[in-house]
Design a protein around this ligand. Structure first.
Ligand code: HEM
Length: 511
């Protein structure tokens, strides 16, 4: 079967190319590892640890320097990221925490809802947000690389644009317009297409339009192809020499940042000249908002935050929309129920009337379906923290400076948290839903995902438009999902599109 579909004119790196690069990267990384490991094993051999009497969690630091990074990354690339945690928990007799070494860092993995609760509840007390050094090097100073009061202020500023209150008054209709236009241009009239790259383009266009008011297709396409390169080096070993993913990613980040700086400078002038409004989009909002002492973000901080938001704001949603379409293709009775709910909403609207915030609130069953998809294939595997002090957890000492990891994927796929864990069952989210801290696709606590509401509305608006226009057949049954670093179907999810024979929206309106 031909799975190398090309659905649009934009320069999106084909998935098989990514795999070729992945293999070269893996080979280069392994070669380097062997050399470095040999040198480090000699240095480490007789090294005495001053902390040898501390009761550290069970586990292994693996190879010197690289630790267990390769096993960690391989589990993600194989599409079973939970395997890394599960194998070690089993091996060490089901402790609540185990130690490992990933990305060159000593790390404690806190397992299950108890671990999630502990980490989310102790932000800025015992632990603080942390990301691998590749993230710090690529993003520069922005929300994910700062902590404490500064991070609180930056979050507050962005949330006033991205939070539920903002959505209640703006954006839903704009999202609907962009979604309808995207479907007319990229889906209508096609017999077959690859969902993942097509949705990626949509999610990127949407983020560019809502965050930066960017609309010029060639400009968006150029940025989109740079982001595809940038994404691949974000989580991994920061091996900075030609030929590695990190090196390519750094070059792409520099090009994106340069473009963003030009956009920022032009907007500053437009604001000064009264040609742009301060509420026009997130860019104007960040340029005109200051903290209580009148301090504004620098242009570089704004550019870095847009690098973060454009990445976080489209790759995660692309993964979740693609996986929703995959699951609806696999479960026709669920598709039928989603369609019924969406037609009920259309029925109450005038012809052509755009979706409103109130309509999105009525999409309860559809949201349960989305939640179940994100349970089974969490778009993001989890995230990291750093210990601010020595502390005790589950009878073990976690030393200051160690990194901590909580895993959404292994929490979601644990039979202790979800009965019949592999069954696709949206009804799990009815009523009170899952027990607290067992369902954590967006994290939790003060550093919970900033784009939760944005992504909820985006995914539901897209779902409304896609099911009321099409049904589809999956061309690769049970296609594998890989994490690199976010969830994506390996063949790009090729489908056959079946437009509804009658206009269901009009029919449902009895006209
Ligand atoms: C299905 C969609 C999404 C998923 C599953 C997701 C997941 C996550 C997760 C797991 C975290 C880490 C939370 C923690 O450490 O507790 C996170 C952080 C973050 N997300 Fe999302 N995300 C999604 C969409 C978005 C969107 C659309 C945006 C932007 C509009 C966004 C922006 C961010 C930002 C800025 C952070 C860092 C927050 C901080 O450090 O304070 N995310 N996300």
């Amino acid at each position: 079967m031909n799975t190398s579909y090309k659905t649009h004119k934009f320069d999106v790196l084909p998935i098989h190319e990514c795999h070729k690069q992945t293999m070269i990267d893996q080979f280069l990384a392994l070669l380097l590892l062997v050399v470095i490991s040999y040198v480090f094993s000699i240095i480490y051999k007789n090294r005495k640890s001053g902390r040898s009497k501390i009761n550290l969690p069970p586990g292994s630091f693996g190879w010197p320097f690289v630790g267990e990074s390769i096993s960690f990354l391989r589990a993600n690339w194989d599409g079973t990221p939970e395997r890394f945690v599960r194998e070690r928990i089993k091996k060490h007799g089901n402790p609540l925490v185990f130690k490992t070494c990933v990305f060159g860092e000593r790390m404690a993995v806190l397992y299950g809802p108890a671990g999630n609760k502990f980490l989310f509840g102790n932000e800025n007390k015992l632990v603080a947000a942390w990301w691998p050094s590749s993230v710090n090097k690529l993003f520069g100073r922005c929300l994910v690389t700062i902590r404490g009061d500064e991070a609180k202020w930056m979050r507050k500023m962005m949330l006033s644009y991205l939070g539920p209150e903002a959505f209640a008054s703006h954006y839903v209709a704009t999202m609907d317009i962009i979604t309808r236009r995207h479907i007319e241009v990229h889906w209508r009239g096609k017999e077959e297409l690859n969902v993942y790259p097509t949705v990626k383009l949509y999610a990127f266009e949407l983020a560019c339009r809502l965050f930066l008011s960017l609309e010029e297709p060639n400009h968006i396409a150029k940025l989109a192809s740079l982001f595809n390169i940038f994404l691949k080096g974000i989580i991994g070993l920061p091996l900075d020499f030609p030929g590695t993913r990190f090196y390519r990613s750094k070059k792409a980040a520099a090009a994106i940042r340069k473009d963003l700086m030009t956009i920022i400078k032009e907007r500053k002038v437009a604001l000064e000249e009264g040609k742009a409004s301060s509420s026009q989009d997130l860019l104007s909002h960040l340029l005109t908002s200051s903290d209580d002492n009148g301090k504004f973000l620098t242009e570089m901080e704004i550019a870095n935050n847009f690098l973060l938001l454009l990445f976080a704001g489209h790759d995660t949603s692309t993964g979740s929309i693609s996986l929703i379409m995959k699951n609806l293709g696999q479960h026709p009775h669920v598709y039928d129920k989603v369609l019924r709910e969406q037609l009920e909403i259309s029925k109450l609207k005038a012809a052509g009337e755009l979706l409103k915030w109130e309509d999105v609130q009525k999409m309860r069953y559809s949201w349960n379906v989305v939640c179940e998809v994100m349970r089974i294939n969490s778009p993001s595997i989890g995230s990291y923290k750093e210990a601010l002090v020595d502390f005790e957890y589950a009878g073990y000492t976690i030393p200051k400076g160690w990194k901590l990891y909580w895993s959404a994927v292994s929490t979601h796929k644990d039979e202790d948290n979800f009965e019949d864990v592999t069954r696709f069952d949206p009804s799990r989210f009815e009523g009170k839903g899952p027990t607290p801290y067992t369902y954590v696709p967006f994290g939790g606590g003060p550093r919970m995902c900033l784009g939760k509401e944005f992504s909820r509305v985006q995914v539901l608006v897209f779902l409304h438009n896609i099911v009321t226009n099409f049904k589809w057949d999956l061309l690769v049954p049970d296609e594998k999902i890989e994490y690199d670093p976010l969830a994506a179907p390996v063949n790009g999810l090729p489908i056959r599109l079946n437009p509804h024979q009658v206009n269901l929206v009009d029919t449902s309106m009895n006209r």
